[in-house]
Design a protein around this ligand. Structure first.
Ligand code: IMP
Ligand code: MG
Length: 176
């Protein structure tokens, strides 16, 4: 298994991720049966999770992409940028797929922006949650959540540090 020097340990194994994604897929399948949801991938961190998750959802769906950025190194810059145009989601059942909720600034901002586009419904599927990092004013809660983790900087399965480690098949803790 690819195990770079900068990674301290595996936090969530490939098997644990597979199991969780399959459970989340089942719940999403129940929730959206008879509908034609639009799954919106938050680039770039959610790309790996997104690719696995949509294949575990057994109902017709469409996909689109949105790009946000806020992090510089291991610190949130405090500003959230939504790059490129927001796709047309008016009247759609939208599921936003994100890798991790940290301070929740990104998803709170995205939620406000997307609600302004008048979707029929808007839900959030997120792989990882760091609840201890939540800022007082952000009480964001994902509708479909994978794992709660401690306040550690993690990489792999789409998550990066300065653009690296997205291709690790597990979620690992970066050496400090
Ligand atoms: P938030 O706006 O503070 O919730 O930050 C969300 C974004 O920060 C995520 O979409 C990730 O791109 C990035 N992020 C937060 N924590 C981590 C981490 O532990 N590893 C890698 N990226 C992270
Ligand atoms: Mg992200």
């Amino acid at each position: 298994m690819f195990f770079p020097n900068d990674v301290d340990r595996v936090l969530i194994s490939e098997d644990e991720i597979k199991q969780k994604v399959s459970e989340m897929g089942k719940r999403l399948t129940e929730e959206y049966s008879g509908k034609n949801p639009l799954f919106l991938c938050v680039l770039r961190g959610a790309s790996v999770f997104f690719a696995d998750l949509i294949r575990s959802v057994e109902c017709p769906l469409e996909i689109d992409f949105i790009r946000t950025s806020s992090y510089v190194g291991t610190n949130s810059s405090g500003n959230v940028f939504v790059e490129e145009n927001i796709p047309d989601i008016q009247g759609r059942d939208v599921v936003v797929v994100e890798d991790i909720v940290d301070t929740a600034r990104t998803l709170s901002k995205l939620k406000t922006l997307l609600l302004g586009e008048k979707p029929r419904s808007l839900k959030f599927a997120v792989l990882l949650d760091k609840p201890s990092r939540r800022e007082a004013e952000e009480d964001f809660k994902a509708d479909f959540m994978g794992f709660k983790i401690e306040d550690l900087f993690v990489v792999g399965y789409g998550l990066d540090f300065n653009g690296k480690y997205r291709n690790l098949p597990y979620v690992g803790v970066l050496k400090s």
